[in-house]
Design a protein. Sequence first.
Length: 255
Amino acid sequence: MVELKTDREIDEMRAAGRVVARALAAVREAARVGVSLLDLDRVARGVLREAGATSPFLGYRPQFAPVPFPGVVCASVNDAIVHGIPDGYRLRDGDLVSMDCGAKLGGWVGDAAVSFTVGRARPADLRLIETSQAALAAGIAAAVPGNRIGDIAHAVGTVCRAAGYGVPDGFGGHGVGRSMHEDPGVPNEGPPGRGVKLRPGMVLAIEPMLIAGGTDDYRCDGDGWTLRTVDGSRAAHSEHTVAITAEGPRILTAP
């Protein structure tokens, strides 16, 4: 069931979204050659703690997962697409990092992700990241009353495919509210004009995931969480929590 939020509730979700934005900004600032993924997780934990927020990621265990998620960020490096577990890996020059973070504040959840490079960036990585951001922007632009979920999916997928990138099948965005994952699902590709009709008060996480090699194939690490490209090519992930309003899309996790 799709839950519609009131204007006041959307304002409260914006407060959670600001915490997410601050956490991602702090993590990106701290990401340097030699810094570990655990170090970055600790940075995000500090931001959440200071804001009086909790993490919807920490301890989360969906049906597919063999163990609860141990971090407050998903830290995915190079060929990792999403759901990377923060560990002792130390960042290297030229790494492509995708960071996904959530915060729960006042009973409401915000969820966002950003991809960036560390040290000297490869031009191909910058293009991949820029395309993920363009796909996200296209999806957000389609998030208006009267459109349908398929219009968001089509907008995202069109940008990804036009650039020659792959889109991992079966993974995409979702509704957000008092829980991190709510109805409806938001695919990253599909025909326009189909699916749930968008109405003011709906809040969605729109999150393109791109595979540089152009295939849609992925595999799961032995940890049961980390998704990687099969061909070893790099991946990027961009995400915002977005409210559907009569005035247009409102990005709740913007800085």
